[in-house]
Design a protein around this ligand. Structure first.
Ligand code: B12
Ligand code: SF4
Length: 517
């Protein structure tokens, strides 16, 4: 079969700070290619809708598969699917990915017949079974693990048996030079592990993978790394280096091979403090930036987000990261309840720390516990506003004033951010990038005011809404525990599903707050 894999267009974020290769879709595409299909991949973050329509008209794919990791992309995907179905009524259209898995039935409904199936969970595991059913016995589609159609649903999605088996089809992406994060331009992405053993209430990374945590072998990581031409490498793991041993094994192999890259990773403050040596080692082999999720500036806030790391530990982690001499960025979640005073306190704090601070807005997402426990009513169900840059819960300040305060705070942070990227250490890097024609970072800087603009943010709320996110289930407090276990996409396998040693398991137990398995 001829299969077209499509990643939807950019979100707010993507046009300024970073744009990354569609790693998950590359893996799914490779699984299909290995099964003998002819595959192409279009990434609409860097190609246009006109390219998509041209590809449909000229290549006539038999099967079109969209990746939907972000809720905000749902309307775009539904419209693209409808357009394709009009011109190719016999094609089979499927949607997969993180957000699609949590909103599968709604997506099939929005498609009004254009979306034949949503395939939940890890795509490598079931795409080939779905392709076999589509080419042969279409009645068997509803038996494919993870498949959701208007005729019924298959069993729970299956896990990939060995993460080492499939390498991402990086060659299918046509404009690799367009991926970047800050001055890591160009930048590729790589996976060292999959899943997360913690259970933060605002996050769906753990519910998607059934609170499992699996590792790729250092050998497989090295093979993949050797195929990457870009100097910048974004490690996509939810929490990098949970276990020192794995981090050292990969790091030592990199050092032995003399591979020189600049790495970016994301981790937790307590993991950083527990595993200082591995980060010190990685600094020597090219770790350039880390991103720490602090989320809140007071203990109450941290409890609310179920991150049981005392604030003191978080600040200690920041100190340590600073001492390594690498760039550190942190995230803080702004609550719609914030008033002018709260924004002012945050601004002052942010100006007094050397790190780059990113502010996102507390947004309940399907698949998270806050989705079912949040008592405040959603002010909108427009998918496009669920990008953690828009307020979807009622704001204490009038919405316009909330955005003004938020943007004022972000602007202060942005100026600091720019000072960071352009400080003497980076000035040479910037000049070299421009000489090589890598302009993603510079374009991002220039896009800032166009993208982050209060009038535009407000106007986004006034757009006509064609597709609405279904309402969260209303549950009584004592039912919540039971409900939260139903959030899982992949079935939890308890302790056996987590590739961590006993001491790390105990550490996770002590720092998580849920009672999930
Ligand atoms: C790396 C990452 C990013 C990268 C983007 C990488 C990219 N180009 O896709 C960056 C840093 C840019 C990013 C940004 C954001 N992200 Co992000 N991100 C992640 C992260 C940590 C890992 C994604 C990843 O690459 N995983 C590894 C690959 C192999 O897995 P995968 O992409 O999920 O693909 C697998 C399956 O989903 C499935 N699949 C995927 N596509 C398809 C297609 C088909 C047809 C099929 C069958 C299956 C399938 O199979 C794949 C292989 O198993 C996830 C958390 C997570 N664990 O998923 C959050 C996550 C996806 N991000 C999230 C959010 C909120 C954001 C932001 C909005 C805000 C933010 N600050 O994080 C921005 C906005 C992004 C934008 N487009 O503008 C949320 C999604 C929430 C939602 N429901 O929409 C997540 C789940 C994190 C969370 N804590 O909840 N993100
Ligand atoms: S530590 Fe918490 S926020 Fe981070 S990925 Fe795991 S569950 Fe999500």
């Amino acid at each position: 079969m001829k299969i077209l894999f499509v990643h939807p267009g950019p979100l707010l974020y993507t046009n300024v700070f970073l744009r990354l290769e569609p790693l998950g879709l590359e893996l799914v595409a490779e699984a299909a290619r290995r099964a003998g299909h002819s595959v192409r991949l279009l990434d609409l973050q860097v190609e246009s809708h006109a390219d998509y329509h041209r590809m449909i008209a000229e290549w006539h794919p038999d099967f079109i598969a969209f990746s939907c990791n972000y809720l905000a992309n749902v309307p775009e995907i539904v419209d693209l699917a409808k357009a394709a179905k009009l011109s190719l009524p016999r094609s089979f259209i499927c949607v997969g990915g993180h957000s699609a898995s949590f909103t599968a039935n709604a997506i099939v409904e929005h498609g009004e017949g254009a979306i034949d199936c949503v395939l939940k969970g890890e795509g490598e595991a079931s795409i080939v079974k779905l392709l076999e059913a589509v080419a042969g016995d279409r009645g068997a589609i509803t038996k494919v693990p993870g498949a959701v159609t208007s005729d019924g649903e298959g069993p729970r999605p299956a896990f990939v048996e060995h993460l080492d088996d499939i390498r991402p089809a990086r060659d299918l992406v046509r404009k690799r030079h367009k991926y970047f994060i800050g001055v890591l331009d160009p930048c590729a992405s790589i996976e060292f592990s999959r899943g997360c053993p913690w259970d933060c209430s605002f996050c769906s990374a753990w519910t998607f993978y059934g609170r499992s945590y699996r590792l790729l072998s250092p050998e497989r990581v090295m093979e993949d790394l050797a195929s990457i031409r870009e100097r910048g490498v974004f490690i996509v793991d939810d929490v990098a280096f949970i276990q020192q041993r794995h981090g050292f094994a990969i790091g030592e192999a990199i050092a032995r091979k003399g591979i020189r890259k600049n790495f970016y990773l994301e981790t937790r403050g307590d993991v950083l403090l527990r595993n200082k040596e591995v980060l010190q080692f990685w600094k020597k082999i090219g770790l350039t930036y880390i991103f720490l999720g602090i989320e809140a500036l007071d203990e109450d806030g941290l409890q609310k987000f179920r991150k049981r790391i005392p604030l003191g530990r978080n600040f200690e982690a920041l100190e340590f990261a600073r001492s390594l001499g690498i760039g550190v960025a942190i995230n803080i979640i702004a609550d719609p309840d914030w008033d002018e005073d709260r924004f002012r306190v945050v601004r002052e704090w942010c100006m007094n720390v050397p790190e780059v601070v990113n502010i996102s807005i507390n947004t309940p997402y399907p698949g998270t516990e806050t989705w079912i426990t949040e008592q405040r009513r959603l002010q909108t169900r427009d998918y496009r506003l669920f990008d953690i840059q828009h307020a979807v819960l009622p704001t204490k300040l009038p919405l316009a004033a909330f955005y003004r305060e938020l943007l004022r705070t972000q602007r202060v942070l942005y100026r600091k951010h720019m000072a960071w990227w352009t400080m003497p250490a980076f000035a040479g890097v910037l000049a070299r990038l421009l000489l090589r024609g890598q302009t993603n970072f510079l374009r991002g800087i220039m896009n800032y005011s166009k993208v982050y603009n209060a009038e535009k943010m407000l106007a986004d709320h006034a757009r006509p809404v064609h597709y609405e996110l279904p309402l969260p289930p209303r549950v009584a407090t004592n039912e919540r525990q039971a409900k939260s276990s139903q959030l899982y996409i992949h079935a939890p396998r308890g302790r056996a599903g987590r590739s961590i040693d006993d001491s790390t398991e105990r550490f996770v137990e002590a720092t998580r707050m849920g009672a999930s398995t």
